[in-house]
Structures are given as C-alpha cells and as structure tokens.
Design a protein around this ligand. Structure first.
Ligand code: SF4
Ligand code: SF4
Length: 469
C-alpha cells in the first residue's frame, strides 16, 4: 500500500481529474475508429479487470489526494459496464469508507450504452451518477462506424439504453465523435441529440487517426496525407495488427475528420444554437469558447493554456499523463508502488502540462485567436506551420474558421456576462441579424455583391434561387 507522504512535494495540485479504466481498453463493441482498442497491446496476456484490492487503493488515494471538498470518481473504458454492477457497488462502499465528513463525491461514467438495462439505470439513479452516452447521430450516421464485434449496427441498443436512463430519471449527457461520416451534417446531428435524445449537455470529440508514412507500404488505401487530397478508402482493419498505441504519423485515415469539416460543423451547430437554445442546451465547445472570450478559466484542457490535470489510470494501477497518452513514454508509474499524488505532482507530469504552452510554434503565438484556441491538444499537433516550424495542430484551419465565425456573438455574450446579464439575450441579436439579412437579400440587385459577405455576386450566391435567377 502506498501512503500519502506527510510532506507533500512542491507543485501538488489541490484537485485533479482522473479517468479510471477498469477494463483497460476492452470493449464489447468494435467501433472502426476506436484508438483505445489497439492499446490492449500494451498489456499482453492481461485479463483487463481492475482487481478489488486495487479498486480500494485507487479510491483511497484519490480521496486522500484531494484537498478540496469535492472529488470526482469518473469511469471510462473500453467499456466500463463490462465490470458488472457489483464492481461499482464495491467502489461506492470504498468511497463511504474513506470520504471525509462533508466531502462531496460525484460519480460519472462514460459508456456506449448498449449494456444498460433496468438494473443499471436503477443503480445509476440510486447513486446520482452522471452518465455519458456515446452516440454519433441518427441511425445511419451512428452505425457508419459504431458496430459490435460481429460488425452489426448498435444504434438500436444505444437508444434502448438511453430509454432506460430516461425512465429512471438518470442524469445523462451525450458524447458524439466527429468523423468523415457525420461531420457534414451539423444540423441533423445537433437536432437529433437535442430532440430525439433529449440531451441538454452535448460534447463533440474530433476523430483523428494518425498513420506513419513508414507503414504505408502495408496499407496503401484508407489513408490520406494530413495536408493533401484524399486517397480512396478500403480496409483499415488490418492496421489493428500494428502497435498503434503511439501518437505518430503524418497521414490520417480517411475516416478522420477534416480540419475544415470541423470548423463548418461547429459553425453549423452554433448558428442553430445561438438562435434558439442559449441557456437551454449546453454545447461544451461553446461554453469553453465563451469562458475564453470572457477571460474565465475555460474548463477544458484542449483550449487551456496548459494542461496535465486530467490523467488516466489503467486497470492495473498504472497512471498515465492523459487518457490520450496511454502509451509507454507517458506512464508516470503505478499507484501500488508510488503514491498517486506524487505521480500527479511529478516533474514529468508538470512538464507534460507546461509543454502545451512552451512548445507552441510562433505561428500560434502570433495568432489572433490564440486566446481561444491555445493551439489545441498536443496529440494533434503534427503539421508544420507555413514557415516550416513543426507543432501546428492538424485542426488549425477548422479552429480558425470556427473562432472567427463566433467572434462577434461571443464578444456580445461576454459583455452580457460582465454586466451580470444572461448570455441568452444574444438570441434577440441573432434574430435581428436574420431580419436585417433577409431585408438586404430582398433589395439586392442581381449583380450586387451578395449581402452575406461571400464576395460573390448576389446572383451567384444567395440570389441563385430568387426570382428564378
Ligand atoms: S494532452 Fe490533450 S487531452 Fe490530454 S490533457 Fe493535454 S490538452 Fe487535454
Ligand atoms: S487557430 Fe491555429 S494558429 Fe491559431 S492558436 Fe489555434 S492552432 Fe495555433
């Protein structure tokens, strides 16, 4: 048993976030783009089940390592529900054993939803779990990549699980990965999450699957150069044979989200949200952006100046710098050998977090939207800048497209916040913009510049469908 050192090392944070992976990367599904699955190769021969002794040790160290009155116990996978309800009942018993008086413990779990039934939903409700459901949109978009081990679609099972949660009044949110198949459909995806899933907190995660050039001789299809045109796709599954657990490669699979697609997707969702849903529906990326525009902590590592306070613990107690860096170079140690808090505060982890800022290329440092972007996640920084410096984020073009698009409404919302008024007042502004634009379209001449600002003639832009033009 590792004990908390009586004198804490310098730089120990008062709180941190840890994602626990009790089944490691093991999952009952076989989503085509899943980067976790290949990580099973990190632990050859393992049963991928967190042992009971480790579970108790993990909970104890997590609670003792926090010097704030709230602790988050967050489960993720692979698929954590494969552990069964008894495992989670025991985790709660350990929390009760170690929590300090007055300490509030918040439970959350990220799941594909397919195993949720009446018993799971009852359990989640009884212990106030926040359940994150992974769903990629309406049936055709979701089933494009989210299939089971037999290659069968999973949409119906996910929706069934969601219905159990709703029937029991469980608090839930949705996590949608963005990829080649769904990213051209922002309104369809957003309306589905809002109206069909009843999601009030929506998270989008870009799928970027890197492929090293050295491996191209093995699979000449299904990959695209990160900056070049698309190569036709076929089988990617053979890549599962490779140890893909390292972040490397200057190519991406053609399942991956394109940078511009990302920007256009977020813009499409934003345009609907800002007209009718502000204050009702929380889209993580918009909340984060508003915080950055308002000069508040954004609450999401990806668009923070530094990171390093969101770590991952594997089924055997190995602690990693981040859930996206569960790879050998980023293993900090094992909590059975070294106290968790020492690993969290280790120089290696502090450097990991600080590097997010220190390694920004000049192109980013001089960027007009750096205050909102902060260069994105380091795992995606594999492009070179126009002046040849490495370390530019693959999604840069999408970030710029999005942050420029929302600049004016974000300034207005940040101003409302500073005057202690509700950001939802922005919806009146958006509706007034629509009214003004409709009036401008109505009075524009065929050869006038289009009032939308595209730079095209009206007859070649928004005027194409007016008066039979
Ligand atoms: S590496 Fe990326 S996902 Fe991990 S903590 Fe840093 S910004 Fe967040
Ligand atoms: S938008 Fe691009 S250039 Fe600007 S900070 Fe983000 S990644 Fe860097």
């Amino acid at each position: 048993m590792s004990t908390i050192p009586p004198i804490l090392p310098p730089g120990v944070p008062r709180a941190f976030h840890l994602l626990a992976k009790p089944t490691g990367a093991t999952c009952n599904l076989d989503c085509a783009y899943c980067f976790f699955l290949s990580k099973e190769m990190l632990y050859p021969g393992s049963r991928f089940r967190m042992a009971d002794e480790l579970l108790e040790e993990y909970i104890r160290q997590l609670i003792e390592g926090h010097r704030v009155p709230e602790v988050a116990v967050a489960w993720q996978g692979g698929e954590p529900t494969l552990m069964g309800i008894d495992f989670f009942e025991r985790s709660i018993a350990y929390v009760e054993k170690y929590r300090r008086p007055g300490m509030q413990v918040m439970y959350s779990i990220q799941t594909n939803g397919t195993l949720i039934d009446d018993a799971w939903a009852e359990f989640f409700k009884r212990h106030d779990f926040l359940v994150g459901i992974s769903i990629d949109g309406p049936q055709a978009l979701h089933d494009a990549y989210r299939v089971d081990k037999g290659g069968q679609p999973t949409f119906a099972k996910v929706m069934r699980g969601l219905q159990y949660l709703q029937a029991h009044g469980v608090e839930y949110n949705t996590l949608t990965t963005l990829h080649h198949a769904n990213a051209d459909h922002p309104a369809e995806v957003y309306r589905f999450l809002r109206d069909e899933c009843g999601s009030r907190f929506i998270q989008f995660i870009p799928i970027i699957e890197r492929v090293p050039a050295t491996a191209l001789d093995r699979a000449d299809t299904g990959v695209v150069a990160a900056e070049a045109g698309q190569v036709s796709a076929t089988h990617w599954s053979s890549w599962r044979d490779r140890p893909l657990y390292r972040q490397e490669g200057e190519f991406v699979t053609d399942r991956s989200l394109r940078p511009e697609q990302y920007g256009d997707f977020l813009n499409g969702v934003f345009d609907e949200w800002v007209r009718r849903d502000v204050g009702q529906i929380y889209v993580q990326m918009f909340d984060v952006a508003l915080a950055n525009w308002a000069g508040e902590p954004p609450g999401l590592c990806v668009h923070s100046k530094t990171c390093g306070l969101a770590l991952a613990i594997e089924h055997n107690g190995d602690l990693y710098a981040c859930d996206h860096f569960v790879e050998p170079d980023y293993r900090l140690g094992n909590i059975l050998e070294t106290p968790m808090i020492e690993l969290v505060a280790s120089p290696q982890q502090q450097k990991f977090g600080q590097d997010k800022f220190d390694t920004l290329p000049r192109f980013c440092r001089e960027c007009d939207v750096r205050f909102a972007c902060h260069g994105g996640c380091p795992k995606d920084r594999f492009l070179t800048t126009p002046d040849g410096e490495p370390g530019l984020n693959y999604l840069c073009a999408g970030f710029k497209r999005f942050f420029h698009h929302i600049d004016e409404p974000m300034r207005i919302m940040a101003g409302l916040l500073h005057r202690k008024r509700a950001p939802a007042e922005i919806m009146r502004w958006a509706q007034e913009q629509d009214r003004l634009q409709a009036a401008a379209f109505a009075s524009a001449g065929r050869n006038d510049p289009c009032p939308c600002g595209s730079g095209k003639k009206f007859k070649l832009c928004h005027g194409r469908y007016r008066d039979g033009m």
